[in-house]
Structure formats: C-alpha cells, structure tokens
Design a protein around this ligand. Sequence first.
Ligand code: FAD
Length: 415
Amino acid sequence: MGGKASKQDKYDTIIVGGGLAGLSLAALLAKSDVRVLCLDAEPAEKQLSATFDGRTTAVSWGSQKVLAAADVWNSMADEACPIDTIEILDGSSPVLLTFDKSEAGGESFGWIMENRFMRAKLLEKVLSLKTATHMAPARAADFHCDEKTATVILEDGRAFSAPLIVGADGRQSFTREKMGIGARQWSYGQRAMTFIVSHENPHNNVAVEHFHASGPFAVLPMTDAPDGSRRSSVVWTEHGPESVSAMRFDEDAFNAGLAARFPARYGSVKLAGDRFSYPLGLIHAHNYIAPRMALVADAAHGIHPIAGQGLNLGYRDIAVLAELVIESVKCGDDPGADELLRSYQKRRRADNMAMAGPTDLLTRLFSNSIPPVAAARKIGLRAVARLPSAKRFFMKQAMGAAGILPSLMREKNAA
Ligand SMILES: Cc1cc2nc3c(=O)[nH]c(=O)nc-3n(C[C@H](O)[C@H](O)[C@H](O)COP(=O)(O)OP(=O)(O)OC[C@H]3O[C@@H](n4cnc5c(N)ncnc54)[C@H](O)[C@@H]3O)c2cc1C
C-alpha cells in the first residue's frame, strides 16, 4: 500500500508523519490541489494492523467538520457512534452532572470511532488524490533549509524538497528536536489502559466519565460489532507501578474488575479484544515554527486524555494551517513564508494553551483522593450542574466549537 512511486516530483508541502494528524492534513491540502508528500517511518501494513493502535477517538463536532471538509467523513460515518449524553460520576456518588444534546441545540457532542478505522479511511483518501503522494516506510533523518526551500533527507538517503515542511510526527517529534525547539513536559505517573468491551444492554449513546480514587474510568459508546453485539470502548487510568497494573490480570480477574467499575445498567460486560496501555504526560513545544517548518498536533502539544481533546486540538491546527497554505498556493505565493508561519503560530498557540492548562488542572483535581480535594471537586461539579452558563461553556469545549473554525470549514459545511 505505502512506498509507492511519487505522483510528481515537485511539492508545495512535505508532511513528516502520516498518523491521524498527518494524513488528515495531507487529505485536506491535496483535495484543494496542493501538491503534498506525506512520509511515515512505519510501513502502512503495520499501521493498519490490529495491534498498532488500540485507541478510539472522541471526534468532536469541530473535528468532524474538518474531516467533512477533507471529503473523508462520509466514508467513516457508518462506524461513528454519536455521543448524545455525557454523565459525570465521582466515587460512590450517584451521577453528579449530565450534559445532554438537547441542551446543546440538539447536536451530538461528538462521535466515537476506532483509530484503526480512521487511519484506514484517511490513507485510502490520500492514496486516491491526484496531488498527494504517500511514502511508507520513509523515516526522516535530517533537514536542510535555504532561502527558498526546505529539504528532508530520509534514513535511506533519498531527499525531497518543498517550500514548507510540516512535522506531524507525534509526541517524540524528531522534526521538533531537529528544529532545535524545546518543550515544557512532565509525566503524570499514570497510564491509560484502552480496550473494547461487549455488553448485554444498549448504551443509548451515553458516554460515562467516572472519577475513582484510583483514576478516571471512561466508557465510550461504539457502533455495534459486525455480529450485532453491543460495544463500548474503555479508557481506564491507573496510577502506581506497572507490576500491579490490571494489564497483567488474567481475563477472568480483568472481567471481574470491569464488572465492579461498570454502571449496572450495562448488564453483563466482558473484554472483547486486546488491551493496550499508554503512559500519560503533558508536552507543549516552546514554538510551533522554524524557518520553512511548522509543527502540528502531538508534535506541538500533547495533553492527558481525561477530556478526550488531544487530537481534537490537533484538528484545529490542521484546519488553520491548511487554510493558510491553500490560499497561498492558490495565489501563487510562498506557503513557507515567515509571515504565514507566524500567523499560524499566533492563531494556534494561545488556543492550545487555553485547553492544556485546564486539562492539567482537571487531571490533578480528579486524580486526587485527599478528602478536602475530593470534597471541593464534588461541590464544583454540583455548582456546574446548577449553573446553565457554566454548563454551556463545558459543552462548547467538549464539542470543540469554541469559535475557531476557519472559513474553509464553514464554507464546506454550509454547502
Ligand atoms: C489513551 C488515549 C486516549 C485518547 N483519546 C482521545 C480522544 O478521545 N480524542 C482526542 O481528540 N484525542 C485523544 N487522544 C490523543 C490522540 O490519540 C493523539 O492526539 C493523536 O493520536 C496524535 O496523532 P498524531 O498524528 O499527531 O501523532 P501520532 O499518532 O503519534 O503519529 C505520528 C506519526 O509520525 C510517524 N513518525 C515518527 N517519527 C517519524 C520520522 N522521523 N519520519 C517519518 N515519520 C515519523 C510515526 O510513525 C506516526 O505514524 C488520546 C490519547 C490517549 C493516549
């Protein structure tokens, strides 16, 4: 699938990293006739295999607009389960806070979709576009930049040039490191286990976030399995040493742990696939740009998945950068010009910081079992439940609709 011959030898933009962010940007640009080369270090077959990424993504309302603008949403929609209600529980208290789509103008808060499935559909789209070239395996090993072009040199010695190179190569971004850009980062000393379960009763499109003393436990509604069984995906956050992780439990002990944590209304629940584990931390690059280069998504910022917003923030970067690059290429201008890059950074850094700060606070507040903190948390949740303006604020954030969708997406969705 990957590693195919180039469709052209001139590019307007080279994207280093063909994960969900890199592929989405490639699709968005190439759909508007921008000549794009998307490189990924790993072979496409590996990235599409069942063991590569066990996560699901809560695709926000705003991110859905970006995927629709890239003409890829329609191919995904059947596998996307809408989130119509969000329930927040804390410890042994009953439901403390409920957000319902009827309070948000009747629009779903977002959709849950398997990363594996999203990746396959995005890759299919990129491969179908005339002005997109996808190469994998193709690991970036060095960069050069002169006045007019930036060049990426691959591990195998091949070299490609364009006026702009975008680093979409994830949290450990090689591009960021080579650009000499530092980052603020720390670990939460937590891991998120993710896996899919089947359950007896319907989930009714409800997402549950349950804050236990041992860490948040999220149940996210999925579309039914091909055999008709009802499914949800789980993000189970754990503290403490890996030696006591539930990853090590045998299947019976694991299912017993699940039964103890699941709301009773789901009926019987059991593991329906592999378990995956991800270390959790925060990272924010000091800069998103360097001469003829820009960082997007996790290469620029990564947050705790407590609010399911990491990739959604990445989609906002992609939307803004794509709008600037498409406009520049259409006008025959330079898509790697300093002014364009500065405009991208200006429009994205403050918004990303505005989400990273509260997410960090939320993580600390909800990962804490010290009695005064737990009490303050309950009081806070009850206060939000009674304050319509506070509820509206949180719903807007969950939907990723905080007013930053560029005109590119608005036009597409008005059509
Ligand atoms: C448990 C968990 C749950 C989450 N849930 C959600 C959610 O519900 N909603 C949400 O919005 N976000 C969520 N996130 C965050 C989300 O998963 C990430 O933001 C997203 O996967 C980042 O995608 P990316 O394409 O930027 O990076 P990556 O997925 O890391 O992709 C980077 C790509 O770059 C390639 N690469 C690396 N180095 C090189 C190189 N030198 N040359 C070429 N290629 C290279 C890699 O092979 C890889 O394919 C969650 C995260 C976790 C851990």
